[in-house]
Design a binder for this molecule. Structure first.
Ligand SMILES: [Zn+2]
Length: 237
């Protein structure tokens, strides 16, 4: 039997260059994935943590959830201290549930959710806190198929119709990142991906905490899209 050729030997350059996209097409079987320890230490790279996260998505695709019997025990352990290994910035959409999508438990993920998954100052501050005070070393912006928030902005640009005041606040943030796609008659899916890219770029250029952590390699900031029908997380680069 031939071993899978697409592995989790990730590196930052490959991810940024987009070759990580190949991994999403053919994730190796769960048994073939060497996961880093559950508790991230200094020797675990952000790339390995990304492998851990994606291994969790593989479990999700396999409908392989651990029993909840140990939740209470872990909750007590975490009462005084937390070290979430990853930050997820996802949409508030009810169908996108990060702890399910990556099969992670109490204390594993620091999740910020807002319609359209674009970081305003409050979200950016939350992520800074996770990096500086909780030691998180991986940040994933997670968009999704058929995003209503992106669609609202997409439609507003197309129709030149104003949105209600509070939705307009979201539009202010999302519009610059997708405007070119909409004007070029791109699809909503392309707009969702453009929005993820814009969100990643904004975080990576947010001084001083995230910008420095990203530039130094201490923290990896990546983008991905969640497929509503399949449950698959597909990298966006
Ligand atoms: Zn959404």
């Amino acid at each position: 039997m031939t071993e899978p050729t697409v592995g989790f030997q990730l590196n930052r350059a490959a991810f940024v260059a987009g070759t990580f996209a190949a991994m999403s097409v053919a994730l190796p079987p769960r048994a073939a994935i060497a996961e880093p320890p559950a508790t991230p230490g200094a020797k675990v790279s952000p790339e390995q943590l990304l492998g851990r996260l994606m291994a969790g998505n593989r479990r999700f695709l396999d409908n392989d959830f651990p029993p909840l019997s140990k939740v209470a025990e872990k909750r007590e352990m975490l009462a005084e201290h937390q070290e979430p290994f990853a930050v997820i910035l996802s949409c508030a959409d009810s169908r996108v549930v990060p702890n399910f999508v990556f099969v992670q438990g109490v204390g594993d993920l620091f999740v910020t959710r807002v319609a359209g998954n674009y970081p305003d100052d409050l979200v950016t501050g939350s992520i800074e806190y996770a990096i500086e005070h909780l030691g998180s070393r991986l940040v994933m912006v997670l968009g999704h198929d058929n995003c209503g928030a992106v669609d609202a902005v997409y439609s507003a640009i197309k129709s030149k119709s104003p949105l209600p005041p509070h939705l307009a606040k979201i539009e202010e943030l999302i519009r610059p990142g997708i405007e070119d796609v909409v004007r070029a008659h791109g699809t909503l899916h392309q707009a969702v991906e453009a929005n993820v890219r814009a969100a990643v770029a904004r975080l990576k250029s947010s001084p001083p905490v995230i910008e420095e952590a990203s530039a130094s390699g201490r923290v990896l900031v990546v983008g991905a899209n969640y497929r509503l029908e399949t449950g698959e997380v597909v990298p966006v680069s």
